[in-house]
Design a protein around this ligand. Sequence first.
Ligand code: UDP
Length: 194
Amino acid sequence: KNKVNILGLDFDKTTKQDMINTLKHKIQHHKKTFIVTANPEIVMYALKDQEYMNTLQSADHIIADGAGIIMGSKLLKTPLPERVAGFDVLKDLLDVANEEALNVFFLGAGKKVIEQAVQNIKSEYPNLVIGGYHHGFFNEHDPSIGEMVKNSNSDIVFVALGFPKQEKWIAKNFDTFAKGIFMGVGGSFDILAG
Ligand code: UDP
């Protein structure tokens, strides 16, 4: 079995490099994928919010973003190989997107932050195609954001609304998308804008 259950969540038994290879393969085959990078805060939150727990359980991949989760897996005698930080996966996927001229959508963070982050990404990853971007302070019942993402037909969609919002947004809209890797990235755009 390639999953390890910790407090109700099935974590992928994977190194970062194997995860990136898996995602590359899925992108090549236009296989729609929801990936969650779960840190201990997220796991604790899910234990108190059943809707969020269901959302996380609906993901294709849950990766362990925290030393506490690796430690827990060892105590349960089902060790996970290593911590896989969400920000590192984001950076590696930006590299893949740059190498393969993939189309990437960036959703979330403040208006100034996302604009600056996109500027920085354009200069650091010149071959990456910006499929679109939008700040993260929109009405969650406004369907136009989901439509914008869908119409971009992006290979990768990073959603930075903070948890639990970002995963709930992905899960709610997932069925409408034809393809794409969807991943919540928390405060990552603030770092990319910095
Ligand atoms: N954010 C957003 N829309 C919201 C709430 C938050 O776009 O309605 C953004 C916020 O500007 C920041 C990110 O989501 O860029 C949340 O970052 P944080 O480090 O708090 O992430 P967490 O650790 O909560 O996942």
